[in-house]
Design a protein around this ligand. Structure first.
Ligand code: HPA
Length: 270
């Protein structure tokens, strides 16, 4: 795997001559950040050796290189999910590659279903911890010491400095930011009411189908992580209604402007 990661990173470096310092995974709700990037290069995933390909037809992902708020960034437009059938190692491969391209920090976004009864639809949640409830872990198998330790510490998975910066920025801009624990499930079904309750009882504030594999891999390699989630629906007894992907995307798009503002300023102050 190490050889593959290094080869892919070398290919990209050759192609774009970029030295990104910050990686961004543009999940649901952060797509609009692209228009804030002063783009120098775009690399479609299908042109990158050993990169996973999107399972959604006609919807290929891209690596975007450029400048955001004065920082050299690499942004993944289009991420990979466990429910699409990728192995954990495949879907986190781009994060490994970003490390070898030089990133010093990672920012991730997603959409999720709130199980904390104090949350409202459209809230932006700073992820301050997670629970991996996916039936796998990207670090399974022989450990590669050059990437990170066999038993990585997870006591501060989400960087306290970036969390604190984000809180300050939220206050300054008058943007409401809630905070909590993100539980990751494989999906692709949304939860039954009983399952939402189980997640709540397990200590989660919200549940979603992404992010945790990428974060585990980033932490394995010592990369500080900042992650945010848009609460697109509520798995709270009495408030549960039918959820659809379309509704998730609609709510996330509505929160996108606020989310983009926070991230833009956060990046500026890093
Ligand atoms: N459950 C899991 N994933 C999600 C949800 C949800 O309710 N909403 C958006 N992503």
């Amino acid at each position: 795997m190490l050889e593959k990661i290094k080869n892919t990173a070398a290919f990209i470096r050759n192609k774009v001559q970029a030295e990104p310092e910050l990686g961004i995974i543009l999940g649901t709700g952060l797509g609009g950040l692209v228009s804030e990037i002063d783009i120098s290069h775009i690399l479609p995933y299908e042109e990158i050796p050993d990169f996973p390909l999107s399972t959604v037809e006609g919807h290929s992902g891209k690596l975007i290189f450029g400048n955001l708020s004065g920082k050299r960034v690499i942004a993944m437009q289009g991420r990979f999910h466990f429910y699409e059938g990728y192995s954990m190692q495949e879907l986190t491969f781009p994060v490994r590659v970003m490390k070898f391209l030089g990133i010093k920090r990672l920012i991730v976004s997603n959409a999720s279903g709130g199980v904390n009864p104090d949350f409202e639809i459209g809230d932006i949640m700073l992820i301050n911890d997670h629970i991996n409830m996916m039936p796998d872990n990207p670090l399974m198998g022989k450990n590669i010491m050059e990437l990170g330790p066999r038993f990585p510490d997870m006591s501060e998975t989400y960087d306290k400095g970036m969390l604190s910066l984000a809180r300050t920025i939220g206050n300054e801009l008058g943007i409401k930011l809630v905070e909590g624990v993100y539980a990751a499930t494989s999906g692709p079904c949304f939860e039954t009411p009983a399952e939402y309750t189980r997640f709540r009882n397990s200590g989660a504030d919200t549940v979603g189908m992404s992010t945790v594999p990428e974060v585990i891999v980033a932490r394995h390699m010592g990369i500080p992580v900042f992650a945010v989630s848009i609460i697109t629906d509520l798995g709270v007894p009495g408030k549960i209604v039918e959820v659809s992907h379309e509704e998730v995307v609609k709510v996330a798009s509505a929160a996108e402007k606020k989310m983009t503002q926070v991230i833009k300023i956060l990046v500026e102050r890093l």
